[in-house]
Design a protein around this ligand. Sequence first.
Ligand code: CAA
Length: 397
Amino acid sequence: MDFALTSEHELIREMAYKFGQAEVVPGLAERDREAKSDRLMLDKMAEAGVLGLGIPAKYGGSGTDYISLGIACEELERADTSARVVMSVHSGLHSLTLLQWGTEEQKQRWLPKLASGERIGAFGLTEPNAGSDAISLRTTARKDGGSYILNGEKTWISLADYADQFLIITKLADSADKPVFCAFIVDRNLPGFTSKPLKGKLGVRAGNTGQIFFDDLRVPADCLVGSEGDGFKVAMSALDHGRYTVASGAVGIITACLDACTTYARDRKVQGEEIGRKQLVQQMIANMVAGRDIGRLLYYQVGWMKNVGLRHTREVSMAKWQNCANAFKSANDAVEIHGAYGYCDEFPVERYFRNSRGAMIYEGTHEIHTLVQAEYELGYRKDKPLTHMLPAWEPGL
Ligand code: CAA
């Protein structure tokens, strides 16, 4: 394994950092306070080319490797979690899953428009009664001639009001005894589709989250992703990609905490001495540095495994679990270092604290990943070979 980043990786880091600081940060405190998401941000991200990262050039993507996608997520979340969430749902959960499971015809049909940002993709697994217990979802698909009729609802859907199409996980109707899961690409313009924003979130308030509903919604059979019965595997594969973007983004929160805390600790003086000279403050800074550096190694490893076409469910769970926990701890310490100033929105650290809390819940709670890691180690969980693997990265393709 080669840990050296290429000049292309460095360029992507710089581009994503500059984009975040120039396009995401201005006006962010106000958007966050007023819980206003900005649809224009998606167009700006499309224009910057970030929405095609990880997608091969032959499908209209950037042709860059999967580590580049992680680096972009890290730098975007350094600006704000809402920008990284766009990458998680559009690039990770939706586009990479299509790249893994779609037929050649489906990839040709959808990936170029997703990569350019002409269409925005999102993901729907969670339901009001099925979060961690995803297998208990109730949305049904009933086969009817050359199409399927969907009924049900999904909640906590990022970009619910903005996405043009959704990767939706359902159960085949009348398969309750032995559920047959199916995954579909659902166009939001189909009759029977509605969405509603969710209000009152603790964090990621500058991002759009909502509920989506299917009322006798007819989806053409050629929108089925994988075969009937593959739906849960499609969902879990999607989470392998989504968790990668969350894990890499979490490192960006730690970096943002370090940006804020190193500046504040050098500026703020107690009895004539910078608080950065205090050992307890140094301990918190040192823990953040460790979280950042270990976090990078964890997600670079997963990016490398994606690049060479290896299954990485265990490793990405580890990266998501640890990096999100370290991001939350860093944000908590960042508030502590700022004292009372950390408790108000004059400084960004209170936003990092609220945003980092969410990532310990979505895409597998802290507890689910704890159990998953223990189960692998005890031999209770073993990965089986998959019929569809994410294609390894091929330079120039
Ligand atoms: N890729 C492909 N297939 C996989 C897989 C993967 N990564 N992981 C598991 N599978 C397959 C298994 O091989 C198994 O196949 P068989 O039926 O052929 O044996 C099948 O999927 C079921 O897998 P498990 O036995 O591992 O299932 P489980 O019931 O033990 O899983 C769980 C339990 C790990 C808790 C899982 O349900 C889970 O991860 N829950 C959390 C769900 C989650 O993260 N939700 C957040 C969604 S984010 C969202 O919706 C909002 C948004 O917009 C961001």
